[in-house]
Design a protein around this ligand. Structure first.
Ligand code: SF4
Length: 216
């Protein structure tokens, strides 16, 4: 868990947190399709802006934050509360381009567990119960992120991605969940991963199950 020092909050400060705006590409209630929490109902909050720019990215529309509206924290949190789940997943884009303190404080106050999916290219911020690091060689994770990683999820297209996965795993805490995920448009990666995991059972496989069951 990563948590910056929490400040004393008054009613006024809650209002001021609610007024903080983020560039929002989309927010929606769905099923977490990837990683250790696969299958859980979750409210996804996808912030816009990404400085990593993977060529195989499936959310390229998120890259330019100026194309997306700025939405108040209070409105996002209200919609998350109305969904009925207690799990919020902050993703992007690269969500750590933004200071996550206001939105994570408000989500926690409403009883949410707050998860994040990040490339680790910017410093951690906010109050986070579960950190999924998905490192990208296009912009490497900051070293300061690794001690807080709960789950390492590496997208694999070819052999050299397995070396990249090991390089990152060596920097994570010993109890980190280690997952390899095939790139959806590269079916050959599945065989590669299956063979690798059988030989190196400290790793598991993460599948984008939401794509199999056709949920967003
Ligand atoms: S870090 Fe994520 S959002 Fe950014 S380009 Fe890569 S896959 Fe896309």
């Amino acid at each position: 868990m990563f948590s910056i020092k929490e400040q004393k909050k008054t009613k006024q400060s809650i209002q001021s947190l609610n007024d903080v705006e983020y560039p929002l590409m989309e927010d929606f209630y769905t099923i977490q399709g990837e990683g250790a929490h696969t299958g859980r109902a979750a409210y996804f909050i996808r912030f816009a802006g990404c400085d990593v720019q993977c060529w195989w990215c499936d959310v390229k529309d998120s890259w330019d934050e100026s194309k997306h509206p700025k939405v108040k924290t209070g409105d996002i949190v209200q919609r998350a509360v109305e969904s009925g789940t207690d799990l919020a997943v902050i993703t992007g884009g690269e969500p750590l381009l933004h200071n996550l303190e206001p939105v994570t404080i408000r989500l926690r106050e409403e009883g949410f567990q707050v998860h994040i999916e990040t490339s680790g290219s910017s410093p951690l911020s906010g109050h986070l119960d579960w950190i999924t690091l998905s490192p990208k060689r296009f912009k490497k994770p900051l070293d300061e992120v690794f001690p807080y990683v709960d789950e390492l999820k590496v997208v694999v297209l070819k052999n050299k991605d397995l070396e990249w996965a090991e390089e990152n795993a060596a920097k994570c805490p010993p109890n980190t969940t280690l997952l390899l995920q095939p790139e959806w448009e590269t079916p050959s990666s599945i065989k590669l991963i299956v063979e690798y995991v059988k030989k190196n059972p400290k790793w598991g496989i993460s599948l984008q199950t939401h794509k199999f069951i056709n949920v967003p």
